[in-house]
Design a protein around this ligand. Structure first.
Ligand code: PLP
Length: 432
C-alpha cells in the first residue's frame, strides 16, 4: 500500500497518527478551510531545498537563479528573493512577476528561444544581469533594440553542447536536434559576431541540457565541452565573467535517486579549478529541484466506478489543474489524507485509476493504484510543487484552484480559488 511509504517531501509532509500533515497542519483541516482541489506548499520544504544549493555555495563566487517557470506564485518567489536567490526567466510576464516579488534585477537572467521586442526592451529597462541568447537572429535583435535605447545589453550565449541528458524526450534540451541553444560548433563564430555588435557586451556562456536529470555525467560532459569552447574563445581574446550550467536536477517522484547539489557542485568546482577557470562566477538555474517536493495537490473523491476490469476514482482535480500526467505520462504518488487506521469505513482495497471530470480520456492523474476508497475521501497527489499550478488552465470552464503556503502551524492563502464569474469577466460579446 502506498500509505506505508514515507511521503515524498518527508519530513515536511508526514503522517501524524493517521492524519497526513503539511508541517503542523493537517491536510483535512486545509481542505475544510480552503476547499478542493488545492495546492499546498511547505515553506520549510522550500527553505530546505534552497539550503541544499546555498550551503555548498557558501563563500563561492556563485549565483542560484531559480528557474521560476516551475512555480511562479508571488509568495514562492518572495521567499526565494528573501533568501538571496536570483531568477531565471523565460518571458516578459515572468520578469514582471519576479520584480513584483522583490527580485533584484541584476540577479535575473533571461532565457528562452523566442524573446519578443517588448520583452527585450522591458528586460533592458529593468537592467537584468544578462540575456541568455539562443540564436544569431536574437543576438542581432537585442543589439539593435539596445542601441535604440542607448544602452548595451549584457549577453551570454546559450550553447547546445549536444549531450544526452537521458531524460524524457519532451524535457531533454541539450541534443543538437532540438530547438534550444546555439550549436557548439558555431558558438565561437557567434561570439565573434557578438564582439563587434554595438549594442552587445559579452558576459558569459550557458547551457541547460534538460530536466529531471538524475545522473551527474551529462552535466560534466556538457561542462567539459563548454570549457573547450572557453579555451577557443581565450585564443581569440574573448573573456567571460560567468559560466551558467543551467538547471535540470531531478527529484524523487517514485524511486529515483536525485543528485545532491553538493555532489555535483564539488565536481564542477574541481573541474573549473583544474582547467584554469576558477575565477568565473558559477550560475545555476534549478527549478524543479527547488519546489517539486515542497508542494502537493489535494483533491476529493467525487464518485467511484467499479467496472468489470477497471476501477475509477473520479476526483475533483483534473488535467487542467495538474497537466504532467497527461503531457509527459508522468508518475505522481497518491496518498490518502487520512490513513485507513484512522478511518471508520470498511472500503475494499482495489486498484484504481484516479481521473478527473474533464471530457478527455487523457484526463488522468494516476493509474493502477491500490487504495481503499470511499466517496468524499481526500487524496493527496505528491510532488506537485513544480510544473503544477503554473501549467493549469480553465479548460472545461473550470476555475483555477487555490494555492496555500503552510509555515509551521500557520497557513496562508497565496492565491484564492478563481470564481466562476472570473472565468469570463473580461470576455466581450458582439453588439446586437
Ligand atoms: C526550465 C528551465 C530551467 C529549470 O529547469 P528544471 O528542470 O526545472 O530545473 C532552467 N533553465 C532554463 C533555460 C529552463 O528553460
Amino acid at each position: 500500500m502506498s500509505e506505508l511509504n514515507a511521503p515524498a517531501g518527508t519530513p515536511f509532509f508526514h503522517y501524524d497518527n493517521s492524519q497526513l500533515m503539511a508541517e503542523s497542519v493537517s491536510i483535512a483541516e486545509l481542505a475544510e478551510r480552503y476547499g478542493t482541489p488545492l495546492y499546498v506548499y511547505s515553506r520549510a520544504a522550500l527553505k530546505a531545498a534552497w539550503e541544499s544549493y546555498a550551503q555548498p555555495l557558501t563563500n563561492r563566487n556563485a549565483l542560484v537563479c531559480f528557474g521560476m517557470k516551475a512555480n511562479s506564485n508571488l509568495a514562492v518567489l518572495q521567499q526565494f528573493a528573501q533568501w538571496g536567490s536570483g531568477f531565471d526567466i523565460v518571458s516578459g510576464g515572468e520578469l514582471a512577476r519576479a520584480l513584483k516579488a522583490g527580485a533584484q534585477a541584476d540577479t535575473i537572467v533571461f532565457s528562452g528561444v523566442g524573446k519578443q521586442d517588448w520583452e527585450i526592451k522591458a528586460a533592458l529597462q529593468a537592467g537584468v544581469k544578462c540575456f541568455n541568447v539562443e540564436s544569431t537572429d536574437e543576438l542581432e535583435r537585442i543589439s539593435s533594440i539596445a542601441s535604440q535605447l542607448g544602452c548595451v545589453a549584457p549577453v551570454s550565449l546559450r550553447v547546445n553542447p549536444d549531450v544526452d541528458a537521458k531524460t524524457h524526450p519532451y524535457i531533454s534540451t541539450g541534443l543538437k536536434d532540438n530547438k534550444f541553444g546555439i550549436a557548439i560548433e558555431i558558438a565561437a563564430q557567434v561570439y565573434q559576431r557578438a564582439a563587434v555588435l554595438p549594442g552587445i557586451r559579452i558576459v558569459g556562456v550557458d547551457c541547460h541540457i534538460g530536466s529531471q536529470i538524475t545522473q551527474i555525467e551529462p552535466y560534466l560532459d556538457a561542462l567539459e565541452r563548454l570549457l573547450n569552447l572557453l579555451d577557443t574563445l581565450a585564443g581569440i581574446d574573448i573573456a567571460l565573467e560567468h559560466l551558467d550550467i543551467g538547471g535540470g536536477l531531478g527529484i524523487r517522484y517514485q524511486d529515483e535517486t536525485p543528485i545532491a547539489p553538493a555532489m555535483l557542485l564539488d565536481e564542477v568546482f574541481a573541474m573549473l579549478q583544474a582547467r584554469g577557470y576558477g575565477h568565473l562566477q558559477l550560475i545555476m538555474e534549478p527549478g524543479r529541484s527547488l519546489v517539486g517536493n515542497a508542494g502537493i495537490l489535494v483533491t476529493r473523491v467525487q464518485y467511484l466506478k467499479h467496472h468489470q476490469s477497471k476501477n475509477f476514482a473520479i476526483v475533483d482535480a483534473a488535467m487542467n489543474d495538474l497537466l504532467r500526467p497527461t503531457l509527459y505520462d508522468a508518475w505522481h504518488g497518491v496518498l490518502p489524507a487520512v490513513s485507513r487506521s484512522g478511518h471508520s469505513s470498511e472500503a475494499q482495497p482495489r486498484v484504481y485509476d484516479i481521473v478527473g471530470p474533464i471530457c478527455e480520456s487523457g484526463d488522468w492523474l494516476a493509474r493502477d493504484r491500490e487504495l481503499q476508497l470511499s466517496q468524499n475521501d481526500l487524496l493527496v497527489i505528491e510532488s506537485a510543487g513544480a510544473y503544477g499550478f503554473v501549467m493549469s488552465c480553465q479548460y472545461n470552464s473550470r476555475p483555477r484552484c487555490a494555492e496555500v503556503m503552510v509555515d509551521g502551524d500557520q497557513s496562508y492563502l497565496i492565491r484564492p480559488r478563481e470564481t466562476v464569474e472570473e472565468l469570463f469577466a473580461s470576455e466581450q460579446m458582439l453588439p446586437g
